[in-house]
Design a protein around this ligand. Structure first.
Ligand code: PEP
Length: 262
């Protein structure tokens, strides 16, 4: 078993969150560019979380590559009169493999609660998708010394009732909200402190096997210049990358954990 700072190394996940960006032609160009740049790469699970509308074409384009495709949201019901919504089974049917749930932008702008996130994660798992479940505190909560309480509540409530098997198929992303899209990154030590807290909670509530194996990503202004330092921390198993995933060159450097960068 490989180790870093004396701890187990889990296979990293690097997921790009394209958010509400790009035309279909631009999306296909970015996906093709990454496919070419990463054709020799197998040191991490690489995922592109694209707008739902593009999942099918990007999944088709990447079907002969190791890069996975994800969505950025879903609705927990399987089908029915839910105008405008998209279910986990629908996403799965067009080649989707992952889905982000509970991103802070959805919690903030669409009032998603931990209970909503829990339903979404369970719906994803039932359909065979890997949820990338996001938690993280806002600036005021950090400044008030409430990071631990806030993140613990999010973790406990969002993962409520999940079986060990479901937990092992879930990826968690710690994204301090004050670091998302702001250019401010948590220091590797600040980030790892919260990852360690999440892992302890997983151990208490879901057992040692889950705590040891669940991958916990850091998200918040990850860039080529800071990814290497973050990835040295024992409890950081990859990244959820927003802005820097929209450019093939930057995203490739992040995926390869390059030491230097712009
Ligand atoms: C995100 O959208 O999840 C994110 C971390 O964004 P950024 O990398 O731009 O901060």
């Amino acid at each position: 078993m490989r180790e870093k700072k004396g701890r187990k190394v889990r296979r990293p996940v690097i997921a790009g969150n394209w958010k509400m960006n790009k035309s279909l032609a631009e999306a296909e160009e970015l996906a093709s560019g990454l496919k070419e740049r990463l054709k020799d790469f197998d040191d991490a699970d690489v995922v592109l979380c694209v707008p739902s509308l593009y999942v099918e074409s990007v999944a088709n384009l990447l079907s002969d590559s190791r890069i996975g495709v994800g969505a950025q949201n879903l609705y927990w019901e399987e089908k029915g009169a839910f105008t405008g919504e998209i279910s986990a089974t629908m996403l799965k049917s067009v080649g989707c493999e992952y889905v982000i749930v509970g991103h802070s932008e959805r919690r903030q702008y669409f009032r998603e609660t931990n209970q909503d996130v829990n339903r979404k994660a369970k719906a994803a798992l039932t359909a065979g998708l890997t949820p990338i479940l996001c938690v993280g505190e806002v600036l005021r909560e950090r400044e008030d010394g409430r990071t631990e309480d806030v993140v613990s509540k999010q973790v406990v409530e969002s993962l409520e009732g999940m079986t060990e098997e479901e937990m092992l198929s879930t990826v968690i992303a710690y994204e301090p909200v004050w670091a998302i899209g702001t250019g401010k990154t948590a220091t590797p030590e600040q980030a790892n402190e919260v990852h360690e807290l999440i892992r302890k909670l997983l151990a208490q509530r879901h057992g040692a096997e889950v705590a040891e194996n669940v991958r916990i990503l850091y998200g918040g202004s990850v860039k080529p210049g800071n990814v290497y330092g973050l990835m040295q921390e024992p409890d950081i198993d990859g990244g959820l990358v927003g802005g820097a995933s929209l450019d093939a060159g930057s995203f490739e450097k992040i995926v390869r954990f390059e030491r230097q960068g712009p």
